[in-house]
Design a protein around this ligand. Sequence first.
Ligand SMILES: [Zn+2]
Length: 151
Amino acid sequence: MASVFGHGIVGFTLSKVIDNKNLKWLMLAAMFSAILPDFDVIGYRIGIPYASPLGHRGFTHSILFAVLWSLFLMFTIGRKHKLTWFLVVFTTTISHGLLDAITTGGEGVGFFIPFENSRYFFPTRVILVSPLSIKSFFTDWGLQVIFSEIK
Ligand SMILES: [Zn+2]
């Protein structure tokens, strides 16, 4: 993954670019949605292998997940501004996988799961892969990740 900070900043920025109504809850939902796909690391603790469709960078990083999550939020808390909610949540959720696909490590991203289980990277990979643990993030490695994201 790119860092949680990098994903959150992208979510915040996309909400500000797309949402001309300045919806505060949407901004928070966008930041959360940009981070949400990495909740799949919980799978490590229950024995789901990394390369599984439900493993890290699997289904939660897919286009289908972004669509389903966007529809869920649009029909629950975004009912008054459906199109805006859908666009912001979809772009911020899928931005997570797009950023992961330009990182230097880990498995690729399963954009097409469950229809096709291959993992993908983009040809250009410029963001250092972020450590998964908080403890490891606050080391020199985490600092290098932040610098690569700023670039
Ligand atoms: Zn990720």
